[in-house]
Design a protein around this ligand. Structure first.
Ligand code: OOG
Ligand code: NI
Length: 267
């Protein structure tokens, strides 16, 4: 698949879980907005681990760049750089669910027993949603109480969980961008501060909180759960004069929390 076709398909899928995304993009002039990167989540299971999921990306010319680890969240990740400079970067992370408490690990193990083999046959997998049955309410609560990431991934499956506006191409500061988003009334991720990172990190980021969307649980009941979010990233040039292409673990650790439930949903 061509990268242009890939990102167009990803966006069509993403906006169904991020009903705010079109309006946010339009605030900065939809046509001139450049997508800095997208991110995907998976379970560290032999059929869908990063090592398997990355194959279609490598076929599109992407190259593995740097690894990242988030031990408190039981996650590991890789950043990927495109063959053509200026095309979006990609961030793949996976949950080492065997490290979760047994009750949660067993729920995930049971879901993944439904995977067909092979699950990953091409780049379409990245917007293919769930490959396992939907959770019931109790399972959702069990997963969310130990890993918001696990609960999000179990109910939604494979989607771009965010697109990212490349602030460095807009000619305005990220502070300006964030002020605009806040004044429009979009709730922001404030974990570790509204703006994450400093120019010394070569990457300064902010993200909205994912608004809730309604899903239908296994028992037919509806539940409002966080969908997808929008991110804003300002990159700086490194000492070689090249735009930084990596991610920053400290920032990323907080950005994951953009799909956390907010207090009124915890009951
Ligand atoms: C990815 C979080 C990390 C970044 O830019 O550091 C990230 C996720 O929520 O799956 O997007
Ligand atoms: Ni991101």
């Amino acid at each position: 698949m061509q990268t242009q076709e890939f990102f167009a398909a990803l966006w069509r899928d993403y906006v169904m879980l991020a009903p705010q995304a079109d309006a946010i993009r339009a605030l900065f002039g939809a046509e001139r907005v450049v997508n800095d990167h997208v991110a995907f989540r998976t379970f560290a299971h032999p059929a869908i681990s990063i090592a398997v999921l990355e194959q279609p990306l490598l076929e599109m010319g992407y190259r593995r760049d740097a690894p990242y680890s988030f031990s408190d969240k039981h996650l590991s990740a890789w950043g990927y750089v495109p063959a053509v400079p200026g095309e979006p970067l990609i961030f793949l992370s996976q949950l080492h669910y065997d490290q979760l408490p047994n009750l949660a690990a067993d729920i995930i193990e049971e879901l993944l027993a439904h995977l067909s083999h092979p699950t990953v046959t091409g780049a379409e997998v990245f917007y293919s949603g769930r490959h396992w049955p939907q959770l019931n309410r109790e399972q959702y609560q069990t997963l969310a109480s130990v890993s918001e990431y696990a609960a999000w991934l179990a109910v939604h499956g494979f989607h771009a969980n965010h697109f990212t506006i490349a602030v460095h191409t807009l000619g305005v500061s990220i502070q300006n961008v964030v002020s605009k988003i806040v004044s429009e009334g979009y709730p922001m991720n404030e974990a570790g501060g509204l703006i994450k990172g400093t120019p010394d990190d070569l990457l300064v980021q902010a993200a909205t909180m994912a608004p809730n969307i309604e899903i239908e649980l296994a028992d037919g009941q509806c539940l409002a759960v966080p969908g997808c979010y929008y991110e804003f990233a300002q990159r700086y040039v490194d000492e070689r004069g090249e735009l930084f292409q990596g991610f920053v673990a400290n920032n990323a650790n907080r950005i994951f929390e953009s799909t956390h439930r907010t207090n009124d949903m915890m009951s």
